[in-house]
Each structure stands twice: as C-alpha cells, then as structure tokens.
Design a protein around this ligand. Structure first.
Ligand SMILES: NC(=O)c1ccc[n+]([C@@H]2O[C@H](COP(=O)([O-])OP(=O)(O)OC[C@H]3O[C@@H](n4cnc5c(N)ncnc54)[C@H](O)[C@@H]3O)[C@@H](O)[C@H]2O)c1
Length: 356
C-alpha cells in the first residue's frame, strides 16, 4: 500500500484527494494546506486523515512514500525538490515549474534518486484525446495542417501566473502530443486589464519546423466558457468540444483540394469536398481518476510515466518562450532546446489508455 500525502487543498487539491482515496493501491495518510480554514473543511469530509499546515511534516519518507503537489505554480519547484531529496515519488500539478531550468533540475533529481516524477497533464489521460491521438496516428485525418484551440471563461483570475500559464498547459500538452514534437518558435500577444502585471488575455502561435501550426487563445475575461480544439488535416478535420456532454469529438469528412497542373498561379482551382460527419464512441472514464491510477501504477511497476518530467518540461519551454514574446510585443521567439518525444528513453510508458 502506497502512503500518500497531498499538499494544497484549494480549488483543485480536493479533486485529487477524492480520486486517490478511491484507489485501492494507495492510502492518503496526510493532507496539508497553509490555510487552516481549508484544512478544517477537508477534515469535516475526511476526518480520519491527518492534517497539517506544515509541508515539512509531509515531505518525510517516514510519513509517506509519495506526495501530490497541488499548490500555486511558483511553489512547485521548491516543494518537488524537497520531496525528491527526501526519496519520495512526486505528482506535480501543471505547469511543472516556472522555467525550463527548474524543470531540468527536477528531472535530473528524479533520475538520480530513481523516483517517479509525474506531471498533471490530465487531458492526456482522457478518452477524447485518446480518440484524437488515434485519428492522427492512423492517418485518418491525412497530413496534419494545424491545431487551433480556445480555452475561455469568466475567471477564476490568478495573481501568480497569467492566463497563458494558467490555462494553456492543457492545450499545449495535447498539441505537442498530437504533433509529436516541440515548435521551432512561438509568438504571443496579450493584454493585462485587471492587474497591470498579469495578462488576462493571450494569443499564442506555435510554428513547427514541418509547416504545422498551433494556435491557442486563452482568457479568463470572456463572457462564455469555451473549451474547443480544432484539428485540421489534409483529408478530414476533427473538432473536440470538451463541454459537449456526449459527442465530444466530431470528425468532418470535409476539405479543399488544389487541382493539379494549373496553367498559372492565377488559375489555381480548388475542389471542395463535403462528406459525412461522425462522432466516435468514447467510454466515460473520468480523466482525473485515470491520471491518478496511472501515477500509482507507475510507482508500483517502476515504469516511467507518459506524463513524466520531460513531458512537463516541453510545455514549460513553450510557455517560457511565449512569455518572452509577450514582453517583446509579440515578436517571434525561437525555442532554445526543443524537447522531442523521439529522443526519450525507451523505458517510458506508451500513451495512457483510459478505460471505463
Ligand atoms: N489539472 C487541472 O485541470 C487543474 C485545474 C485547476 C488547477 N490546477 C493546478 O493545481 C494547482 C493549484 O491550483 P488551485 O486552483 O487549486 O489553486 P488554489 O489557489 O485554489 O489552491 C492552492 C492551495 O495551496 C495552498 N498552499 C500554497 N502554498 C502552500 C504551501 N507552501 N504549503 C501548503 N499549502 C500551500 C493554498 O493555501 C491554497 O489552499 C496549480 O498548479 C494549478 O495550475 C490544475
């Protein structure tokens, strides 16, 4: 039985606590939050679990075998470092850390101590993303052209990170997974209305070396909640709407072909294809439950997680370059050291499969 500690019981931590409590291979033995009110609320629901305001009391291998970190992003590196140094397996919520350098340190430490470092890229454990992955890998969509996503809502407004760092990790983790490698460069524009130092609205473009493109629009200052990703291929197009209760993925057998051998540029002719639309059947596994099970399975089997430290770093690297672009008024910024899936250790696990 794996003994677990959970640090951070604000908005997201209690969801993790619920899922880990349902897993028969682990036991949450301690919860921690600086905020005593939050601890009391959790204590009312889970009275038998020990509670503390001091993370030092959790980050101890005599107390737990693994720790889940669901605190604000700026605290991830310090808490995860302390946990790994204490010999614990670590689950860190997205984004893994505030810089590529911090991520690199965590990866090196986890490798050195031979401990599981798992990043909360929850959508990579979801059945809709699994379906998109299959549509791309099977060639059903044809050559991938571009992926565009919107993640919008009214709030919650963050103080420590901008809308891009808060919201885009989900879209980026999915895009990088579908495209299979990091972009060569990014450009990002945005504006800060509510707090002059924190961008509320950000538009990010990812430029991939192979002519593919990613577009991510994030905002917590929008009247409507929107969670839509469009994947455009040469043969078909897919739309993933996470707010749809049933048909989250729709595949459109639709496209435009350039007719061969035009006499001149001006005479370029296009043929429009309008075919059927279908929605693949998805099982109803809860992504968060699948994610938490995968963390525990990786610890038990000694398997490297699909959403490991490198997976987390690939996302942070894009965010870091995007921040630089934001500060340069939207200029194109090259990624220093593109993190490619192909160069990774063969012991890493294959894409997670969520089952009902
Ligand atoms: N996977 C998802 O879909 C998802 C959704 C929301 C948030 N998140 C991530 O979860 C993390 C937390 O986000 P949130 O929305 O719950 O934030 P939050 O501000 O609501 O909660 C954070 C909690 O951590 C506590 N805390 C801060 N520093 C601490 C410390 N040093 N020791 C102990 N407790 C400490 C705070 O008191 C607070 O209760 C972030 O990394 C965020 O990106 C993930």
């Amino acid at each position: 039985m794996i003994r677990l500690g959970i640090i951070g019981l604000g908005y997201w931590g209690p969801n993790l606590l619920r899922c880990f409590e349902a897993n028969r291979h682990c036991k949450v033995v301690v919860t921690c939050d600086r905020d005593t009110k939050r601890l009391e609320q959790i204590g009312a629901q889970f009275p038998t679990i020990r509670r503390t305001t001091e993370s030092d009391e959790v980050l101890d291998s005599d107390v737990v075998d693994a720790v889940v970190i669901a605190t604000p992003t700026r605290t991830h590196h310090r808490l995860a470092t302390q946990a790994l140094e204490a010999g614990l397996h670590v689950f860190v919520e997205k984004p893994l850390a505030t810089s590529t350098e911090e991520c690199r340190e965590l990866i090196a430490l986890a490798d050195d101590r031979q401990r599981t470092l798992f990043v909360g890229h929850v959508f990579l454990h979801s059945t809709p993303v699994q379906a998109l992955r299959e549509l791309v890998a099977s060639g059903e969509l044809g050559d991938l052209y571009y992926i565009a996503s919107k993640r919008l809502n009214l709030g919650p407004v963050r103080h420590d990170v901008n809308a891009l760092w808060d919201l885009a990790p989900h879209d980026l983790s999915i895009m990088l997974d579908l495209i299979g490698h990091s972009p060569a460069s990014v450009s990002c524009s945005g504006l800060a209305y509510l707090n002059p130092r924190v961008h509320d609205v950000c538009n990010l473009t990812l430029n991939f070396a192979d002519q593919k493109m990613g577009i991510v629009h994030t905002s917590w200052l929008d009247p409507r909640k929107d969670r839509v990703m469009t994947v455009v291929g040469s043969k078909k197009m897919a739309v993933y709407n996470d707010l749809e209760p049933l048909e989250k993925i729709k595949v459109y057998d639709i496209g435009i072909d350039a007719l061969p051998y035009p006499a001149s540029y001006g005479e370029f002719q296009f043929s429009y294809r309008y075919g059927n639309t279908f929605s693949p059947r998805l099982n109803e596994a809860e992504p968060l439950m699948a994610e938490c099970s995968d963390f525990i399975r990786c610890i038990r089997d000694g398997e490297r997680p699909y959403t490991d430290g490198r997976n987390g770093m690939a996302v942070v690297e894009v965010l870091e370059a995007a921040d630089k672009s934001l500060s340069l008024g939207g200029a194109r910024v090259a990624l220093a050291d593109a993190v490619s899936r192909s160069g990774e250790s063969p012991s890493k696990s294959t894409a997670p499969v969520a089952s009902a």
